[in-house]
Design a binder for this molecule. Structure first.
Ligand code: BGC
Length: 415
């Protein structure tokens, strides 16, 4: 053989080897980098590796996924998106609108996804009748996590209204105990804010103010009260809250450095990763006043259009995510509940069982809405307008009345 032939043969061997490797691997973008999140993502990685699919990790840290979205955009602009990306509901709609997501309908039909995924989730997972993403979980962002020992030692019970919450926090503060662990980042402030909107205003008010972005509700007296309660929260936090990551705030409650945290049930993943028991060491209750409603956010894996060589591994991943056994194991670690309605709940703790019972009740009562802070209520530009105002108010001395008026203006301008 001459040199040219050898080089051509070597190149051919390399090309075959590369495409075999590509066929066997998935590159997955996600923002699950905390202890609990890492444990959950490990379940997916292991599941795929057992099927011979290599996991190429594209983790971008930053709770709520803002940094991850910037990284994803850069990859897509360069024409090189990952195989799959963790996206919140509205983002799935955006990316599929850009024509970048693949069609999973064949797999969906084979495995009967239509029958087991609740319609509220299908609304995001399907575009023009085509499945483009698979839902991993259902998270509930409006929970209150409490250090059981602090509550017991001080004769306290979980507050059920915002007045009770303030009374509890005042008692703790008077005793020199830090009432609230806060992570000061816009998405975290918005997570607390939407729980207060729901708790003080009720589900109809949430629908008007957040889902319908109704100007009169945004500048109403109720909204002024919502901002008053936000101001109270800041008074219950320590001085170093600005910029703190959510999982560090959870850690403060686990260690007994603070009594409570308002956060979604991904915080339960941290409780479990610390080998503590939810409902026993760390109490869970829904955020005050939100007992009869349910805000939700779901993590979807959106499947990008990929070359034929990467497609089989991508479909294996979609199928794995939708598997009932996987949904059980993954959600037991993540703190969420399964995105399929047919997964048994007996292995879940009392917080998980409560989440499922409340979800079903709220779906029937029509008091189930998408979370604004976690991308299930408004498209990104309008969501940003809300978050900017919430954050500005929280981190300044702006009056509640000015904040409510500025919210109505900012949202109207973004619409
Ligand atoms: C995601 C969760 C994640 C949390 C904190 C939420 O938007 O849905 O999966 O654990 O952000 O990063």
């Amino acid at each position: 053989m001459n040199g040219q032939v050898i080089r051509t043969a070597a190149a051919a061997v390399l090309a075959v080897a590369c495409s075999a490797a590509a066929a066997q691997s998935v590159e997955v973008m996600h923002w699950w980098t905390s202890g609990g999140e890492g444990a959950a993502v490990g379940v997916l990685k292991k599941d795929l590796e057992a099927k011979g699919v290599k996991w190429v990790d594209m983790a971008v840290s930053g709770g709520g996924g803002e940094a991850a979205m910037t990284a994803l955009r850069a990859r897509a602009v360069a024409g090189n998106p990952p195989t799959a990306a963790q996206l919140l509901g509205m983002a799935v709609i955006d990316w599929s609108g850009e024509g970048l997501l693949g069609d999973l309908n064949e797999q969906a039909a084979k495995e009967g996804w239509d029958k087991v995924v609740p319609p509220a989730l299908q609304r995001f997972a399907k575009a023009d009748g085509k499945w483009v993403a698979v839902p991993v979980n259902i998270h509930r962002p409006h929970w209150l996590w409490m250090n059981a020992k602090i509550f017991k030692d001080n004769g306290l019970t979980p507050p059920r209204t915002w007045d009770e919450f303030n009374a509890t926090a005042d008692k703790l503060k008077a005793k020199g105990i830090l009432p609230l662990a806060i992570g000061g980042q816009p998405w975290q402030e918005a997570t607390a804010w939407e729980g207060i909107v729901l708790g003080l205003g009720g589900p109809d008010f949430y629908r008007k103010a957040v889902i319908e972005a109704d100007a009169a509700s945004l500048k109403s007296a109720t909204m002024v009260k919502v901002f008053d309660q936000m101001r109270k929260l800041r008074g219950y936090a320590d001085k170093n809250f600005a910029g703190r990551d959510w999982n560090l705030a959870t850690g403060m409650v686990l260690k007994g450095e603070a009594a409570m945290q308002l956060m979604g049930d991904w915080a339960k993943g941290e409780v479990l990763a610390a080998k503590m028991t939810p409902g026993k060491d760390i109490l869970c209750a829904v955020a005050p006043g939100t007992q009869n409603s349910y805000l939700f956010n779901t993590d979807f894996f959106a499947m990008f259009k990929v070359g034929g060589d990467r497609r089989p591994a991508q479909l294996t991943m979609a199928s794995s995510v939708m598997n009932p056994g996987f949904q059980e194991t993954f959600n037991l670690a993540k703190g969420s509940i399964p995105a399929r309605s047919d997964v048994p709940m007996d292995k879940f703790d009392e917080c998980g069982k409560k989440s499922m019972t409340d979800l079903k009740a709220a779906a029937t009562a029509k008091t189930m809405y998408g979370s604004l802070a976690h991308g299930h209520a408004q498209p990104a530009a309008i969501q940003r307008a809300y978050l900017d105002v919430i954050t500005k108010h929280f981190n300044s001395e702006q009056s509640s009345k000015d904040a409510a008026e500025s919210l109505a203006k900012a949202v109207a301008a973004a619409k």
